[in-house]
Write a protein that binds this ligand. Structure first.
Ligand code: NAI
Ligand code: MG
Length: 348
């Protein structure tokens, strides 16, 4: 198969972890007899510097055409003085998600056995944890009207019934392939959007009689996630709550540097990226852990190209690297970013 995708390394450590992921993808293609056609493009700060805008038209066109995007990270202190849509994140990441209709963001939380003692929670609270957060990504307060007026500032949170329904359907469909449980998280004791959220989830649940459903308020969920992590399967929630809860979930996995994510739509369009940012404090030093980016590439193979065996081969090699302690300093290893990529490439 010709694996044609848009490759956007981005800013900070993005190009470093991206190089490592490309090395692994090349090894995978050689092994399985595929060909790799990566279309290299700029976004965020790198695009502002080179083209004067955070999301150049040719980047967006390539994303739309290939329908499979591997992205490093965007942003950094160099562009902090910019305002509104001139900023790397507001001007590139959010419009990419919205315009490609990537309304479902999926982040796994399944601690690697080799990393379980790196997490701040006790081993017995973590063993067996395996859940996925299904976060709504193109609605809610991040996309509502925002601004300032004489009284202060405002951000408007809006959800339509259809926006809630389509993400709920994704969550229930995913639960059917897993442990058949959906935990829907809202703030329905206070927010009207959350009352609608809960009503729609209850309605969608009727089509999935085999799936166990529970509803939790988001403040309680922050506590439950740390106390009963093993009880969850699919956690369904809106945009801002999902943003916050997924960072909390990443702590259960021992390091930000090992968690991939997928943002998907209906059909096969998908954007795959590590959950970490551009880490300006370690950029350019070869310290960045490339595992999250490598695992994001594996997810791209599975979800956008249907290459399950190939994705699994990469995931097994990542686990082997963790077991063999062939890691970067954040995980206690001695290798630099590209050494880790090379090791995994040899072991795919
Ligand atoms: P960050 O995730 O970049 O870094 C947080 C901490 O984790 C830092 O100490 C960093 O060195 C460390 N870290 C992150 N990734 C790592 C890796 N792969 N290996 C080893 N250590 C790693 O978050 P921060 O510092 O809040 O944001 C930095 C910039 O990234 C900001 O401009 C922010 O807006 C942007 N950002 C972009 C995101 C994206 O592109 N999706 C997501 C989050 C932040
Ligand atoms: Mg976030």
């Amino acid at each position: 198969m010709n694996i044609n995708f848009t490759y956007i390394p981005g800013d900070g450590i993005g190009p470093e972890v991206g190089d490592a992921a490309m090395t692994v993808l090349e090894a995978m293609t050689a092994k399985f007899g595929h060909s790799l056609e990566a279309e290299f493009h700029l976004v965020g700060g790198a695009a502002i510097d080179a083209k004067g805008e955070p999301l150049p038209a040719e980047t967006f066109d390539s994303c739309k055409r290939t329908g499979a995007i591997l992205l490093g990270a965007v942003g950094g202190p160099k562009w902090d003085h910019l305002k509104g849509a001139d900023r790397p994140e507001l001007g590139s990441l959010l419009p990419l998600r919205k315009n490609l209709n990537l309304y479902a963001n999926i982040r796994p939380c399944k601690p690697f056995p080799a990393l379980i003692d790196k997490a701040p929670l006790k081993r017995e609270r973590l063993e067996g944890t395996d859940f996925v957060v299904m976060r709504e990504l193109t609605g809610g307060i991040y996309f509502g009207d925002k601004g300032r007026d004489e009284s202060g500032a405002f951000d408007v949170c809006r959800y339509s019934e259809s926006e809630v329904r389509r993400i709920a359907v994704k969550a229930f469909d995913l639960a059917m392939t897993r442990k058949k449980k959906v935990t829907s998280v809202d703030k329905s004791n206070v927010l009207e959007t959350s009352r609608l959220w809960r009503e729609v989830v209850i309605e969608v649940a009727k089509d999935y009689p085999e799936v166990e459903v529970e509803h939790l308020l988001v403040d309680a969920m922050t506590m439950h996630m740390l106390t009963y992590a093993q009880d969850y399967d699919v956690i369904l929630t809106e945009n801002m709550f999902g943003d916050i809860l997924t960072d909390e979930a990443s702590v259960l996995c021992g390091s930000m540097g090992v968690i991939p994510s997928a943002s998907v739509s209906d059909g096969k369009t998908g954007m795959y990226e590590p959950i970490h940012g551009s880490a300006p404090d370690i950029a350019g030093q070869g310290k960045a852990n490339p595992l999250a980016m490598i695992l994001s590439a594996a997810w791209m193979l599975r979800l956008s190209f249907g290459l399950d065996k190939e994705a699994a081969a990469i995931e097994c090699a990542v686990e082997a690297a963790l077991e063999a302690r062939q890691t970067t300093g954040d995980l206690g290893g001695k290798l630099n970013t590209s050494d880790v990529g090379d090791w995994i490439a040899r072991n795919v």
